[in-house]
Write a protein that binds this ligand. Sequence first.
Ligand code: PLP
Length: 454
Amino acid sequence: MQDSNTIGGKDVAVHLHSYTNLAALPSTPPLVIVKGDGIHVVDDEGKRYVEGMSGLWCASLGFSNKRLADAGTQALNTLPYYHTFNQRTNPAVVELAERLLKLAPVPMSRVFFANSGSEANDSAVKMVWYYHNAIGKPEKKKIIARKRAYHGVTVAAASLGGLDANHRDFDLPLARFLHVDTPHHYYGAKPGETEDAFSTRLAEGLEQTILAEGPETVAAFIAEPVMGAGGVLVPPAGYFEKVQAVLAKYDILFIADEVICGFGRTGNMFGSTTFGMRPDILTCAKALSSGYVPISAVMVNAKVYDAIAANSGKIGTFGHGYTYSGHPVASAVALETLKVYEDEDILGNVAKVAPVFQAAARAFANRPMVGEVRGVGLIGAIELVADKAAHKPFAPEQKVGYRLAALALEEGVIVRAMGDAIGLCPPLIISAEQVTDMFARLARAFDKLEAEML
Ligand code: PLP
């Protein structure tokens, strides 16, 4: 039980935690993080950790960027709040939208703003429905996502997701949300099947689903470039080319969820560029503000925007938007974030450090419990398995991934256990030396785990 005089003890008594085993919380003290600097965060006992996950895949500029703090402060002192309903706007949101449209991986027409990745994806779903009503195809409403996808937790976003914990006992997914197979070659491919052949089979599976449902009922397909929370799953060769050919054949909109991959994570500004994706709608969040303030965006192309705009003319309004859509403080911080990416050549740092990161991660493939190491740019995962030759996972109740993440924490590095995949997604400002140090810490955690288990 917690000492009720500590922050952790008080927390347990009052705070309903996100993504936590609430029943076990009283006996598992929360980690209290009190400050951050660079790629590090510091707990209430003064212990420093390398934040190998950028918090929740978002703090791309680390935890002490002064320019972002100053931009936020200045915005708070100038216009702390205003809205964007009923023909209102503010300078920061206009400049931010302009910059986003310039950075977009494919031509986009307009940007809508929200506060979180979930809200961005919820908004994208609603826009897809509104669009199909606008163009006189009211029956075209089903949305196809992938098993193990993560798109957030609001009702529609969680329905898009393909992880059991987001559905179970929440009475989700809603009707009209479908899930096709996960593009994970390691577990999904047949013996000897090449990545390309696997991608062909997945695209055929998608087409079969569309035909079985009726193409006239299928509105959109959504995909993360690299599936993040599902385990950092990098698409197999040819996957998006083959999938997009199917979508084009049946006139199905393509939504790219760039909430994790956006803004340099995979080596390009957007994961869509890395993987040849040509979305009609693109959602982003997280690194849009380096996680410093809540903000997300939905970019839509002219085809989608023009139809939505015309329909709003018929109804009298586009009846969607949040109190904080285009919030001036969030917009100012996001705008400054995009300027820092450019001024400090953050993509240049990713290009320099990613090979060191990927090589250091892949060195773990020789370890007896590692089945696969995967990744691109500055995101990666190490998959722990019971039997390397047979690609056999550990029993979930062994919680091997969680054990490794706990040992890593002891070594002063924060990683994420997604089942038995250990995820790494450090701030994009990390140096090559810091990458080496991060993996050295992880190696010590592995040594301990192997000593316990082998
Ligand atoms: N989409 C992806 C790919 C994500 O990884 C996440 C969050 O991790 C979301 C959407 C949801 O974002 P939020 O937690 O800001 O609602």
